[in-house]
Ligand binder design. Structure first.
Ligand code: SAM
Ligand code: SF4
Length: 328
């Protein structure tokens, strides 16, 4: 397994399939000003397979597809199928806003996908469009139900908490765990780029401690669950009598860099060494030209040079990309 210079074993790849999205969440994708990638800049299914095979040979065994919105790729089933049959990849998952799952959840499962994280910031029909612009609760909920019907479990829901946008809605989401075996995870808002997304996180951050306090005020004390997977960024809890799990992901107030096991590939073929730094290694041409040795060497080097630590509370963060251009 590739190990970085700080002794972290890095075995988890997040592959962004597109920098495009059918939503425009306020903290992720500005309404204007972003120049999207052209189709020919995106890696093809066979190029993604080539990269994933090289990664598996290097020791990576977990892959998550992300974006932008990965389900917007017309060739998504082919991509999942190609990567799903690679020996050595034991865990294949996807982060999505769920909107296209009613038509895709079952075929994705058949193609080899094993887990979904579905992003929903509010169950309030009017407030959701303030934060996940262009989203509706019904559209995402239909996607969640399609994932359940296709046999995906456990269902994990992600909610980014933003003051004055959806902080009043965390309780409704947390209550879903009372009678459903789901994981509902609350994520602290991170700054990206140098525009409105970064500005928002400077002023509207809600810490996990505050979110937890708000939930406990109604559901009573949460019991902390022991974490079998140390590199899981979520600290997990359960409400009394609940069957599901409430998680808190706290990159700002409690950074988990020490156990980070992730490497990212952007949709335009760059290894992005840390979510919150700008360091990248461009390997698109090596992938395109089929230079497998070079891809493997770049992966080992990327892991070796993986930075540790960030200073989000001091406002230092990745400047060159917003989240939709990296993948969560
Ligand atoms: N479109 C998919 C989705 O929304 O899940 C996948 C890509 S999205 C970039 C991945 C995750 O990043 C989402 O779950 C979203 O909650 C999270 N995210 C985006 N911008 C963020 C920010 N500024 N701070 C914290 N999380 C963010
Ligand atoms: Fe799209 Fe996901 Fe970003 Fe929202 S968080 S704009 S759904 S990529």
């Amino acid at each position: 397994m590739p190990t970085d210079s700080f002794g972290r074993q890095v075995n988890y790849l997040r592959i962004s399939l597109t920098d495009n999205c059918n939503l425009r969440c306020v903290y992720c994708m500005p309404l204007t000003g972003l120049v999207g990638l052209r189709n020919k800049q995106l890696l093809t299914p066979s190029e993604i397979e080539r990269f994933a095979r090289a990664a598996a040979r290097t020791g990576f065994d977990k892959i998550r597809f992300t974006g932008g919105e990965p389900t917007l790729r017309e060739d998504i089933l082919e991509i999942v199928e190609r990567v799903g049959r690679i020996e050595g990849i034991s865990d294949l998952s996807m982060t999505t806003n769920g909107i296209r799952l009613p038509g895709l959840a079952a075929p994705l499962r058949e193609a080899g996908l094993r887990r979904f994280n579905i992003h929903i910031d509010s169950l309030h029909k009017n407030r959701i469009s303030k934060i996940m612009r262009f989203a509706s609760v019904d559209a995402i909920w239909n996607g969640i139900e399609a994932a359940v019907a296709a046999g995906f479990e456990p269902i994990k829901l992600n909610c980014v908490v933003v003051r004055d946008y959806n902080d009043a809605d965390v309780l409704d989401l947390a209550r879903l765990t009372l009678d459903r075996n789901w994981h509902v995870r609350f994520v602290e808002l991170m700054p990206f780029g140098d525009g409105e997304c970064a500005e928002l996180s400077r002023t509207q951050l809600v810490t996990s401690a505050e979110t937890r306090q708000q939930i406990e005020y109604d559901l009573g004390p949460l019991t902390e669950l022991s974490n079998s997977n140390l590199s899981d960024e979520s600290r997990n809890y359960q409400a009394a009598g609940a069957i599901g799990v409430i998680g808190f992901i706290s990159p700002v107030s409690e950074p988990y860099c020490g156990t980070c096991n992730r490497m990212r590939l952007t949709a335009d073929g760059k290894l992005h060494l840390c979510l919150l730094h700008d360091d990248e290694i461009d390997i698109r041409e090596a992938i395109r030209a089929g230079r497998d040795d070079e891809i493997e060497t770049a992966l080992v080097s990327a892991v070796h040079h993986k930075p540790i630590g960030h200073d989000l509370s001091g406002g230092v963060h990745t400047q060159l990309r917003v989240m939709v251009q990296i993948g969560g």
